[in-house]
Design a binder for this molecule. Structure first.
Ligand code: FEO
Length: 167
């Protein structure tokens, strides 16, 4: 059985993951509007991945006998000045999610909730990967400096991403 404080924090994380999905969906629309379909497709993968994260928390709360309560999802930004600005935004966002996961882990340790600690371990590793993959695109976009041929080339590379559900 989940303790009250832990349940509240896990419910809050479901909202954060669903917001992440919503943010990536808004970015997909932005990239479609500037005809960068490879970036837009990459965003679709993120939309699915964040939904998967949210559902992973949802199922865990249920498995532990907790009640999932859904809150409203905040409105995401709709426009960014450049692809680099969009990716800098999501890098910052993922860093914030990492700190939320770390706070959840700290709480699970304080509450001696061993099952939640083991569950969260997957997310600790996942965030290392998330920050690395977004950070790599930020670095490439900084090199390109919004120059069109570089963007065109990177867009083609981004289109190769195939989303598969994590294990
Ligand atoms: Fe679910 Fe990108 O953090």
């Amino acid at each position: 059985m989940l303790k009250k404080k832990m349940l509240k924090a896990l419910n809050n994380q479901i909202n954060a993951e669903l917001y992440s999905s919503y943010l990536y969906l808004s970015m997909e629309s932005y990239f479609q509007s500037v005809s960068l379909s490879g970036f837009a497709g990459w965003m679709r993968g993120q939309v699915q991945e964040e939904l998967f994260h949210g559902m992973k928390f949802y199922d865990f709360v249920n498995e532990r006998g907790g009640r999932v309560t859904l809150d409203s999802i905040a409105k995401p930004d709709a426009d960014w000045k450049t692809p680099l600005a969009a990716f800098e935004h999501i890098l910052k966002h993922e860093q914030m999610v990492t700190s939320m996961i770390n706070d959840l882990m700290d709480l699970a340790i304080a509450e001696q909730d061993h099952a939640t600690k083991i569950f969260l371990q997957w997310f600790v590793s996942e965030q290392v990967e998330e920050e690395a993959s977004v950070g790599e695109v930020v670095d490439k976009l900084r090199l390109i400096k919004n120059e069109s041929s570089g963007l065109f080339f990177l867009d083609a590379e981004m289109s190769k991403r195939v989303f598969t559900l994590p294990e």
